[in-house]
Design a protein around this ligand. Structure first.
Ligand SMILES: NC(=O)c1ccc[n+]([C@@H]2O[C@H](COP(=O)([O-])OP(=O)(O)OC[C@H]3O[C@@H](n4cnc5c(N)ncnc54)[C@H](OP(=O)(O)O)[C@@H]3O)[C@@H](O)[C@H]2O)c1
Length: 263
């Protein structure tokens, strides 16, 4: 099955202020049909505005809405409001779109300075999981409520860390594994009008990998990232976004699959 992205789409992406999410937002917006709505979420209003300006510079007839929200604290009512406002601002109702497309991209790596035996602070886990799992699930549920009957494309930004353990990454690996499994369950339940993809983008040159390189107690991992940076071989957000779009457009995966940049 080939996925045509050039449809009248409601497109929402989290973590759209920088990094992979910013590039994906712009590159996907460039594909959408006139009349589509693009909704960008993150905390930084400056970053969101930069993404919005880049999309507006495409000079396509798209409505771009930004919402600053802290996903470590967000509640389901806030997601409901965001969906409601983004639709009412554009004089559209959910059912008027050919597709509703969501990318759950926002994420954090957690404390990589500690081993798995040293992470006993339950408040740190609660905050980590609120951002990386609870908000993702809650937003996804509100999205489904809003777009009943509309064909849906749902993407989770996953990682190799969701399927393979890495020292120092107990927050990140466990969070990504949980997130992948939620979307796999979604895929087996929602077979009628949904396509679900867990996309692992590869190691990308962003703030996230810089933080890992600086703070991890996993010396091999830090050295590997340093080597990739020094030799300019680390993948860019543009490269992984191009691959991601080609995977979507080829449609060469089953709903719920975990697909890696390197597959
Ligand atoms: N980079 C990699 O090598 C790599 C590899 C595998 C998977 N991934 C995954 O790809 C996704 C994007 O990664 P990235 O490297 O682009 O990360 P990044 O550069 O650190 O960007 C993270 C994005 O998430 C948003 N975010 C972080 N905390 C937030 C919060 N509390 N509330 C709302 N938004 C928040 C940030 O926006 P604000 O700061 O403005 O809120 C930003 O837009 C993540 O899910 C990551 O796990 C990345």
């Amino acid at each position: 099955m080939v996925l045509d992205l050039e449809q009248k789409t409601y497109f929402l992406i989290t973590g759209a202020s920088r990094g992979i999410g910013q590039t994906m937002a712009i590159q996907i917006a460039a594909k959408l049909k006139a009349g589509s709505v693009v909704v960008l979420l993150a905390r930084s209003v400056d970053g969101l505005n930069k993404t919005k300006l880049a999309i507006e510079a495409l000079k396509k007839d798209l409505k771009v809405c930004i919402f600053s929200i802290d996903l470590t604290k967000a509640k389901e009512s806030e997601f409901e409001e965001i969906l409601h406002h983004s639709l009412s601002d554009s004089d559209e109702e959910g059912k008027n779109f050919e597709r509703a497309f969501i990318i759950h991209n926002a994420g954090s790596v957690g404390d990589v300075s500690k081993r798995a035996v040293d992470v006993s602070d339950t408040s740190a886990w609660t905050e980590y999981y609120h951002l990386n799992l609870f908000s993702t699930v809650s937003l996804n549920c509100e999205f489904y409520r809003k777009f009943i009957g509309v064909p849906k494309l749902v993407v989770n930004l996953s990682s190799k860390c969701g399927i393979e353990p890495f020292a120092s990454m107990s927050f990140y690996c466990s969070g990504k594994a949980a997130r992948d499994m939620y979307f796999r369950v979604l895929a087996v339940e929602e077979t009628k009008d949904s396509i679900v993809l867990n996309y692992a983008p590869g190691a990308i040159d962003t703030d996230m990998t810089e933080l890992v390189q600086k703070e991890t107690i996993n010396e091999d991992l830090s050295a590997a990232f340093k080597q990739q940076r020094d030799t300019k071989t680390m993948l860019t957000t543009t490269e992984t976004t191009a691959k991601f779009i080609s995977i979507l457009e080829s449609g060469n995966f089953n709903s719920g699959d975990h697909v890696d940049y390197w597959d």
